[in-house]
Structure formats: structure tokens, C-alpha cells
Ligand binder design. Sequence first.
Ligand code: ADP
Length: 250
Amino acid sequence: MLILSKVSKTYANHQVLASTDLRVLAHETVVLIGPSGCGKSTMLRLINGLIQPDSGSISFEGTLLTTDNILQIRQRMGYVIQEGGLFPHLTVRDNVIVMARYLRRDAVWIDSRLDDLVQLVKLPHELMSRYPAEISGGQRQRVSLMRALMLDPDLLLLDEPLGALDPMIRYELQLELKNIFDQLGKTVVMVTHDIAEAAFFGHTIVLMQEGRIVQTGSFNDLAKTPSEPFVEKFISAQRQPMAQLAKGLQ
Ligand code: ADP
């Protein structure tokens, strides 16, 4: 579904993405993980054409992304940015349908799509007339997901979609999100910095460090056959505090 071939990006002499190859198969969930600043969000922005690579190419469902076709192709990609990115001056409903309206989709279609999505993300209908500041963080993330799904995209790009939530809400939403992905059969590229979340969602985990992919594989591949010491270090750095905490509680 998605092929990045020798894609690189540099900002003012700072290479944020070295020459990178990545393949994403239809219906799989690929999780980009790595320390802050390693280039995860940059990769998502390159995929949906918000920024252009300095070299290399990106193709989506067999079509090479260009500045001429990106607006069209972007409509087939749902994107949830960090913190949700809802427009504060628009109601929840208007946030969700903003693109559909811009594209002059039929009003009956919009209403029926909205109904389906409200059910899918399990939000009460009366919330639709509120503003983002009048709903909880977890609800805002559900609304962001509704907005990303509105045009029924083939690909979902999620940048730390659960990052700002407290642990209980996060856990609940993780389960629901996974259900939604399975139910809809979407292809998903998700960014997280949490290895447990990566293992939970990712058919494929892409571990990055300083603008390059260090290892690609299942969580088991990374845990059992790390390609270099950094992989082991990254996984155990997140696991050890939990294990120590659990030990201390025994
Ligand atoms: P991550 O998502 O892994 O935390 P990012 O992809 O956001 O990392 O950023 C990777 C690096 O690129 C960081 O060092 C960041 O400061 C830099 N960067 C990102 N966007 C820009 C920009 N528009 N201009 C200059 N540097 C940028």
C-alpha cells in the first residue's frame, strides 16, 4: 500500500531522516517508535505530503506522490496529529465534517456518516454540538479519530494518538482503537514512544534512532534477535522500571 524508497529529509544542515526505505502492507498496523526527536513525526508528514523529501520517492497504492496529486491523495489518508489538533472555534460536529463540507459532499451522506462514526467511537450524540474545550481529553481523541475516518480513508496516520491521556483512559482507548482497526481493516501507521503500546498494536514495529531505522520486525523479533545493542537497550529501558516496581510491590 505504501512504499518509501530512499527517502531523506534535512533541515538546515541537520539530517532528520537518513536515506530510508519502508514498506507498509494493506491492512497491517505499523508502529514507528524511538526516542524523542528521532524522526517519527517527520516520517508521517512526509507520507501525507505535508513536507517533501529531499531525495527518494513515496508511492501510495501504486501512485507516486507529487506536489500535483498530493491534495487528492491526502483525502485517502486520515491523519490524527499529537494532541488531536481540533479547531477550538468549531463544534465537535463541524470539526468532524470540515473536510467533507469543503469537498461539498452531500448533506445526507454527511449526516449518515456522522451517525456511523458516533457509534463506532462510542460517543454520545449530544456531544456533537459542544466545543472541544467542553469535552474530556479522551473524548477529544475519539473526535479526532472520527475526523480522520470521516472520508473513509484507506490509510490512517496516527501521531501519538493516546499520548496526552491518563493511564486508565489510555488503556481503555487502546482496546477500543484496536477493535476499530480490526473491525474496519484499515492500514495504520502509528507513532508512539511506548514499547508496550507498540507491541500491543504493531504487526510490524519500526524502531528508529537519530533519523534512521535501526530494526523492523515484530515485537518478538526485536526482543529476541535485536539487530544492535541499541534495540535491547531501548526495550529494557522501558521494561525495567516496571519490572522493578512490580518486584518492590511483592
Ligand atoms: P519525533 O517525532 O521522533 O519526536 P520529529 O520527527 O518531530 O521527531 O523531529 C525530528 C528532528 O527534526 C528533531 O530534531 C526536530 O527538532 C527536527 N525538526 C522537525 N521539524 C523541523 C522543522 N520544521 N524545522 C527544523 N527542524 C525540524
